[in-house]
Design a protein around this ligand. Sequence first.
Ligand SMILES: [Mn+2]
Length: 271
Amino acid sequence: MSIYFIGDVHGCYNELCRLLDIINYDDNNDQLLLTGDLIFRGAKSLEVLKLIYKLKNTNIVLGNHELNLLALYNGISLKYNDLVITNNILHSSEIEELISWLKFRPISIVNKTKKFIVVHAGILPFWSIKKIIKYTKEIEFILRSSYHKYFLYFLFKNSLNNKLLELFTLHKLEYIRFNTNVFTRIRYYYNYYQLDNKYLGFPINKPTHLIPWFNKVQILNKYSIIFGHWSTLSNNLALSKIYNIDTGCCWGRKLTALCWDNKKYYYVNKG
Ligand SMILES: [Mn+2]
């Protein structure tokens, strides 16, 4: 039995199938964990979603693009959205099953035995494992509740339905929204952990006020972190216990798998 991670697939279905062939993935014996953003950008997003959904020993953490899909499904309009891919997914005969499955995917995966965590984008440096688990549970609770639609409006449109206040205070809801953005969108922050959403480049050339989220992360004394979301990093960071496996397949580069047992990388080029 081996554990494999695969980075952001973004609708690159053919490359995903080739990569699963190369690692000889056996869904009865191995485990596959993906860093989220299975969908959008690439044309075969629905095919990727259906393939991962039907594998038994596979899980994903939710990425910003899965949250986008949940928002679109709930009637929230988003600016960037790719109509052809969106309609293809939303008009699928299996859409309800796929959405119910997505709503129950984790925000983070913490493996205390193997000492790794998986997130889509990142965490903050002072977060302990205990805090990561607590923040994850809060977000998952609200996404899985019957009030998830109101939370998505709060997250995407800053609109507050009073029903949400039956679950949490406004202060707490703002924390949960902030934490959701850290788990699913963070690259750099500045000042008092304000998230920057403009600069995507490699840390070597970054503006001086920006700090990459993985600097001085406290849990690295015990845990490794596997994440995606930041394709400009590829897996060129060369930092101990930090594994970025989004290698920009949807941008014409490659899709990456990491085998946890021997820390070996496997690649498939786009096309
Ligand atoms: Mn992402």
